[in-house]
Design a protein around this ligand. Structure first.
Ligand code: F6R
Length: 244
């Protein structure tokens, strides 16, 4: 794992994504939602407006979506992606893929999404945040390291973490989600993990220097042959072996 500590972590992450797109305009790009990613997408939009990158032929797959929520729901990740990224750049909406939270059968939808990723040829670069429960995607503890895209139950920690999009009320955050599995994520040819802020320091330390365990699915990335972790100073505070 390569570790970069930089207070411009989101901008650095956006630059890595833009470089990969420049090298391969038909990149299969795995995306994440959440607060950490907002400045990443803002920077990608800036790079696009400056003419430094185009997403015209990029295909995207997102990590996860809440069960029961369609794009019309303000709290859905589909809506978040559209508002914070897709509609500001030249990506073809037909090339953007998220699990359909509103599907009649969530298990079937999870299988469809896993097959879609295979059909696209796998993910070239997967962007990841780390949740306070130690998750990547919505792989809550305990999540098998061999898990595939499936329906999961969210922990109270995660429902609290994500309550802002639901009027600040954790009880209104859906209880279940469809998430790419740990193994699905690990099959990506490259991982780009981003974490910012002091609230992530413990979980970053556990993910990077702790044991690889189903209780911290983010720890799985230690075993990935091509993983770049970009953190700011605050999120790096718990790391003993810092390389920058
Ligand atoms: C989002 C996702 C999650 C988040 C994580 C961090 O699609 O899969 O793993 O990346 O919960 O969220 P924030 O950035 O809001 O702290």
């Amino acid at each position: 794992m390569e570790i970069v500590v930089d207070d411009r972590a989101p901008q650095r992450a956006a630059e890595v994504i833009a470089l990969r797109v420049l090298r391969n305009p038909r990149l299969i790009l795995g995306l994440a939602t959440g607060r950490t990613m907002q400045p990443v997408y803002a920077e990608l939009i800036t790079l696009f407006i400056r003419g430094e990158v185009s997403f015209r032929d990029v295909r995207t797959v997102n990590l996860d979506e809440y069960v029961g929520l369609g794009v019309e729901h303000a709290g859905s990740f589909a809506r978040e992606m559209s508002e914070r990224f897709f509609r500001h750049v030249d990506i073809d909406p037909a090339n953007t893929h998220l699990p359909n939270g509103a599907a009649a059968d969530a298990d079937t939808e999870a299988d469809r999404f896993e097959h879609l990723i295979s059909r696209l040829g796998g993910i070239d670069l997967q962007l990841l945040g780390i949740g306070r429960s130690g998750h990547i995607g919505f792989n809550e503890p305990p999540s098998a390291l061999h898990s595939r895209t499936r329906v999961v139950t969210l922990t109270p920690t995660t429902r609290r973490q994500n309550a802002a999009a639901f009027g600040g009320d954790p009880a209104r955050v859906p209880e279940r989600a469809i998430t790419m599995g740990v193994a699905t994520i690990m099959d990506s040819r490259e991982l780009l993990v981003v974490a910012t802020g002091a609230a992530k320091a413990d979980v970053v330390a556990a993910a990077v220097e702790g044991p690889v365990t189903t209780m911290v699915s983010a720890s799985a990335v230690q075993g990935h042959p091509r993983c770049l972790l970009i953190v700011d100073e605050a999120a790096a505070r718990g790391l003993n072996r810092r390389r920058s």
